[in-house]
Design a protein around this ligand. Structure first.
Ligand SMILES: Nc1ncnc2c1ncn2[C@@H]1O[C@H](COP(=O)(O)OP(=O)(O)O)[C@@H](O)[C@H]1O
Ligand SMILES: [Mg+2]
Length: 233
């Protein structure tokens, strides 16, 4: 469905991605793991065309995306939920959700919002509340909800668990699984490798801008290096 092949990204003289190849098939959850600075967020930004690639190919459903603008990537159904749950703090929950639906006609916006409430019922009770007054977990739910408003075929999630209590992380991961079961493919970036591998069909481990390892959950859980470095022994 979505594939990258030999993708390179530089920030000035810094080489952030040194030839990344990966695939997300329809219906899959694929995770991108690795330490801070490995290039995970850059990979997602490259996919949504917020950063330019120097070399390599990028296809969605057989069509090259390499020359597309971010707005056209969204229209192809590739929706990016960025790191640090960037909600608009002074806007209400409702306004934040409507912003996510800029692709839609107003009649459909209500329908899409109801769909978001199926996953995140608490957002319905907070519609008029300013997003900045929500808890961290609630803001993360709003950020994912806003991404869902764009009707993703592929949802790009950047560290949804960052800084959240274990109970909330568990809840959010369970909702991510539900979203996937309902037909959305997911590419999730996580430092919490154990959690991410648990919900993934396939995972890639990034190290210094290159893919160091990849495999199914079984393959990775049985890999000594993955266990030592990422799964706590
Ligand atoms: N805007 C930027 N300008 C310069 N260097 C950057 C920028 N964003 C990221 N980098 C560098 O690129 C590398 C990969 O960063 P990033 O993709 O954010 O990693 P991760 O998400 O895995 O923590 C790091 O070395 C980081 O310092
Ligand atoms: Mg990052």
């Amino acid at each position: 469905m979505l594939s990258l092949s030999d993708v390179h990204v530089n920030y000035g003289h810094v080489s952030a991605l040194k030839g990344i190849s990966l695939k997300v098939e329809a219906g899959q959850i694929v995770s991108l793991l690795g330490a801070n600075g490995a290039g995970k967020s850059t990979t997602l930004k490259m996919i949504s065309r917020m950063v330019k690639s120097k070399k390599g190919s990028y296809e969605m459903e057989g069509k090259s995306m390499i020359k597309e603008l971010p707005s056209s990537i969204v229209k192809q159904g590739i929706i990016h939920c960025p790191e640090n749950r960037r909600v608009f703090p002074l806007f209400s929950v409702e306004e934040n959700l409507i912003i996510g639906a800029y692709n839609n006609r107003s009649k459909l916006v209500k329908e899409e919002m109801e769909n978001v409430f199926r996953y995140f019922p608490l957002l319905k009770d907070r519609l008029k509340q300013k997003a900045g007054t929500l808890s961290g977990g609630e803001q993360q739910m709003l950020a994912i909800g806003r991404a869902l408003m764009g009707k993703p075929k592929v949802l790009l999630l950047d560290e949804p668990s960052l800084g959240l209590a274990p109970k909330i992380v568990k809840e959010i991961f369970s909702i991510i699984k539900d979203i996937n079961k309902d037909g959305t493919s997911i590419l999730i970036v996580e430092q919490n490798a154990y959690k991410a591998i648990g919900i993934s069909d396939y995972s890639y481990v990034l190290e210094n801008g290159s893919i160091a390892l990849q495999g199914t959950p079984e393959e990775l859980k049985n890999n000594d290096e993955v266990r030592r470095l990422y799964l706590g022994g």
